[in-house]
Design a protein around this ligand. Structure first.
Ligand SMILES: *Cc1c(COP(=O)(O)O)cnc(C)c1O
Length: 409
């Protein structure tokens, strides 16, 4: 059976939205799959995929192991175990002064990915528009396609200080058809941390056109240079229309555990729970107590001295290392203020098409990056830009930087 013979369900829309079908209609691998295969084949250092090469805290692993031994192996409650819902609520209060009812305003999900998918499927459909920033995390386009809504975008533009939201375009893009404005800060792939003016413009636009705000804040604790993450829900007039998504994956370096959560007004959380129930029903029984423990432990979450603060400062140093190496190799690096990623423009190296460049880079320099075009849908947008991750051990980054330097020399 070829894909031509398959029924026309949503898969074709998803495949188109994510580049799994070429312009000529032929199936192909995503750039992420292709780049990881290239890394494996050439022995290049893979700075394409953003997952840590060191696990999170031992004490958190121990709680998960003990939970399995103690019998936390059957379906937990659908909304999440009470302990974890309470820990998420306390976290929002402690870090941001946000009051969240643990019983009615929290939903535990199978990663942020499921929280985002269930939210979009619950709240948008045919005839609606879902507006995202561009570039955008790859799952957004797929889920918007599944929902039948139309995907619209507003660009983040490179500036010497980092990527910034185009506020005029935002103004033009939000209309009465906009059902959801999907925000992501700190932002993957650009490393941008949205500022007060950008956040206020988003909230004002949502209020003007009665749109919901869905905000992906999985990198909430991975912010550098003394900046602070500001949750969209803390802005005046935002909380009543905002669903906030986060996850243990990035915060605690357990990306494989897939424990995420969603907070917001009870009626919106109810709607999302209705869908989530029939996607996965429940989520990772033994991991929930472990993340509840992690969120509640001061030694992990203290903003000055906790484990997460240590991770953030170590990531800032690793960002500096990679930024310096890319700059020395001739890239024009757009400063990153948070996340696992930095974007480097290869135009000064004579590159016009980063996708072609990234296919050659493993052979030529022994390093893998991902073209930013993989996170865009507007033809030609950020065509010469490459995303690199720095969530790798310093020794790995030193080797990558030395390879990039040697390749230029
Ligand atoms: C990693 C990532 C996610 C997925 O989080 P999970 O908890 O692993 O599902 C969602 N959004 C962004 C921007 C990410 O980088």
């Amino acid at each position: 059976m070829s894909t031509d013979d398959l029924p026309t369900g949503r898969w074709r829309d998803v495949a188109h939205a994510t580049g799994l079908i070429g312009d000529d209609g032929s199936p192909r691998a995503t750039i992420f799959t292709e780049m990881s295969a290239l890394a494996a084949r050439t022995g290049a250092i893979n700075l394409g995929q953003g997952f840590p090469d060191v696990d999170g805290p031992e004490s958190v692993k121990r709680v998960a192991a003990e939970a399995i031994a103690a019998g936390a192996n059957q379906y937990p409650p659908g909304p999440g175990i009470p302990e974890l819902c309470a820990a998420v609520s306390a976290h929002q209060q402690r870090h941001y002064g946000l009051a969240v009812d643990p019983d009615r305003e929290v939903l535990i999900t199978t990663g942020a990915t499921e929280a985002l998918a269930a939210s979009i499927l619950a709240l948008a459909g045919p005839g609606d528009e879902v507006l995202t920033l561009e570039p955008f995390y790859d799952s957004y386009a797929a889920v918007i396609a599944m929902s039948g809504a139309r995907h619209t975008t507003v660009p983040l533009r490179p500036t010497p200080g980092g990527f910034r939201l185009d506020l005029d375009q935002l103004h033009a893009a939000v209309t009465d058809r906009t059902r959801i404005i999907l925000v992501n800060t700190p932002h993957n792939p650009t490393g941008a941390v949205l500022g007060a003016e950008e956040l206020a413009a988003i909230v004002a636009a949502a209020r003007r056109h009665d749109a919901l705000i869905l905000t992906d804040e999985v990198y909430e604790h991975l912010v550098y240079d003394g900046l602070r993450h500001v949750p969209v829900a803390t802005l005046p007039g935002a909380a009543e229309r905002t669903l906030t998504v986060s996850s243990a994956g990035k915060t605690f370096s357990f990306t494989g555990w897939k424990i995420g959560w969603l907070t917001g007004p009870a009626a919106l959380v109810d709607a999302v729970r209705t869908v989530k129930q029939f996607l996965t029903f429940t989520t990772g029984a033994p991991f929930q107590p472990a993340i509840a423990h992690a969120l509640a432990l001061e030694t992990l979450t203290d903003p000055d001295s906790g484990w997460i603060a240590g991770l953030a400062s170590s990531l800032a140093a690793r960002r500096d290392l990679l930024t310096a190496g890319l700059t020395a190799a001739g890239f024009d690096v757009i400063p990153a203020r948070g996340t696992y990623f930095v974007v480097a423009d290869a135009a000064p190296l004579g590159v016009r098409d980063a996708a072609a460049f990234c296919r050659e880079l493993p052979e030529r320099a022994g390093v893998v990056g991902v073209p930013v075009s993989a996170f865009t849908r507007t033809p030609g947008a950020l065509r010469s830009a490459v995303r690199f991750t720095y969530v790798k051990q310093e020794a790995v980054l030193h080797e990558a930087v030395s390879r990039l330097g040697g390749w230029r020399a």
